[in-house]
Design a protein around this ligand. Structure first.
Ligand code: UTP
Length: 456
């Protein structure tokens, strides 16, 4: 596309200010800017900008949803179905790791953060070891897709490569890069992060669907006979990847999409909730239910709105493929952020209040599109403690604490109570649950950091 056409489109979109500092740019910066503008879908940008002022109609009132809590017999049945699906090679997994991790403030991709309470293993290492253990049980490798953003793709792939992919087989890990969307200021104008460089940010975890399609993963899965995709987010080291019970429940129900939830017990907890709207399963952000609704209880004394979303899903490949082949668009969510963009004088600004709007799509907006959906309730202390903040709740301290407490609980359940006050960790290569520890002959001696049950 030549420069004149690009300038015309930019002007028609009311964004002519992007050329104001053109004379200050060198040839490479000009070329890069024209490239960014040529790739921009101005119609879609206009639709997003309209949302800044739009007053949305209040949605229909939500209804609570009672999650499935299978009894032991049903769990056993589902586990068998799930194990069969894994052994038949029907399952691929994806971890989404394209976020910017601003709250944590870690220098590298979040998956490189050391969370092992004794070992300092990174999130990525713990996940890779879980997959190796699952693969051994299934008798085959389970393919891992890692979704990154454009910004952290290379750092992520380099980290895996530097560690020999943590023992995963050659070709078992594949990377997908999610799309970016340009940021705008509060008046809807494009902004610059550097001379000639429009500020952009990753398009949210909802970008997973297009990344799977455009990165060839859906086609590769079809080719390999994988019809199920397990999804989780990189910040939750307690996630039980490709849990057979979850897979089996999804298959038994004939679901197109499934979600794990934990029970919300504190009415004030700020967690997204699964509910029902217009007969469809949907995620309600905590601001979407009133404090009165949040406090309502059923006859058993549980909160009526209690299905806390932990962003662990299972999707049918064909469901995802039908979305991208059809006329599919996820709604945009707007986030107002403080970002150090360039001011009108071309100099970096230090904003004291939110000055930029980022647009994102969310994975959970897929749920109402599924014809059938399983909501499975799991124990929070066994499966959910995400790393979000540098301090306080959901921080390195709470995440390590949750891994330590879970390891201790598993050891105790297996009849190997560790000495009090000692930090514990169990390698996923040794155990994915307490049952795997029953054959342990004795506990290792604790080291300086604590007790680490690992392979000899
Ligand atoms: P969060 O919304 O918690 O964002 O992402 P974050 O990037 O980790 O942290 P903050 O908000 O900047 O502090 C939840 C999960 O979704 C992934 C993240 O990597 C994380 O696993 N994610 C988020 C993406 O893969 N892409 C995105 O564009 C956004």
């Amino acid at each position: 596309m030549d420069e004149a056409v690009i300038r015309q489109r930019v002007e028609a979109a009311g964004q002519a200010h992007v050329f104001e500092r053109w004379d200050d740019l060198d040839a490479a910066q000009r070329e890069a800017l024209l490239g960014q503008l040529a790739a921009l879908d101005f119609d879609a940008l206009a639709r997003r900008i309209e949302l800044i002022q739009a007053k949305s109609e209040p949605p229909p009132p939500p209804e609570p949803l009672d999650p499935s809590e299978p009894d032991p017999a049903q769990r056993a049945e589902w586990a068998k179905l799930g194990e069969e699906a894994l052994a038949a090679g029907r399952v691929a997994v994806i971890v989404v790791a394209g976020g910017q991790g601003t709250r944590l403030g870690w220098s590298g991709p979040k998956g490189t953060y050391p969370v092992g309470p004794v070992s300092d293993k990174s999130l990525f290492q713990l996940f890779a070891e879980q997959l190796r253990a699952l693969g051994q049980r299934a008798g085959r490798e389970i393919p891992l897709y890692v979704m990154t953003s454009r910004l952290n793709r290379d750092q992520t792939a380099d980290f895996f490569a530097e560690h020999g992919d943590f023992g995963l087989a050659a070709g078992q890990v594949r990377y997908l890069v999610q799309g970016d969307l340009p940021n705008v200021d509060l008046a809807g104008k494009l902004v610059f992060s550097a001379p000639g460089e429009l500020a952009t940010s990753p398009n949210g975890h909802g970008g997973t669907v297009l990344a799977l399609h455009e990165g060839g993963a859906l086609a590769a899965m079809r080719e390999a006979g994988q019809d199920l995709l397990f999804y989780w987010q990189v910040d939750n080291p307690l996630c039980q990847i490709a849990d057979p019970v979850f897979i089996g429940g999804h298959l038994a129900l004939g679901a197109q999409a499934s979600t794990k939830v934990v029970e919300k017990t504190d009415p004030g907890e700020k967690v997204g909730l699964l509910g029902v709207r217009d007969g469809k399963v949907t995620v309600l952000e905590y601001s979407e239910i009133t404090p009165e609704q949040a406090a309502e209880r059923n006859d058993a004394g549980q909160l009526r709105f209690r299905a806390g979303n932990i962003a662990v899903h299972l999707f049918d490949r064909e469901f995802l493929a039908s979305l991208v082949e059809g006329d599919f668009a996820l709604p945009y969510h707007l986030a107002r952020k403080k970002v150090a963009i360039l001011g009108a004088d071309g100099q970096p600004t230090q904003p004291e209040a939110p000055n930029v709007i980022k647009f994102e799509t969310f994975i959970f907006d897929l749920l109402p599109l599924a014809a059938t959906h399983l909501t499975l309730q799991v124990a929070r202390e066994e499966e959910f403690e995400p790393l979000k903040n540098a301090e306080g709740p959901y921080s390195p301290a709470t995440v390590k604490g949750a891994l330590d407490a879970r390891a201790r609980r598993w050891l105790e359940q297996a009849g190997h109570a560790p000495p009090g006050g000692v930090t514990c960790e169990v390698s996923p290569l040794v155990a994915l649950g307490p049952a795997d520890l029953s054959e342990l002959s004795s506990l290792p001696e604790p080291g300086d950091r604590g007790l680490h049950v690992e392979l000899p």
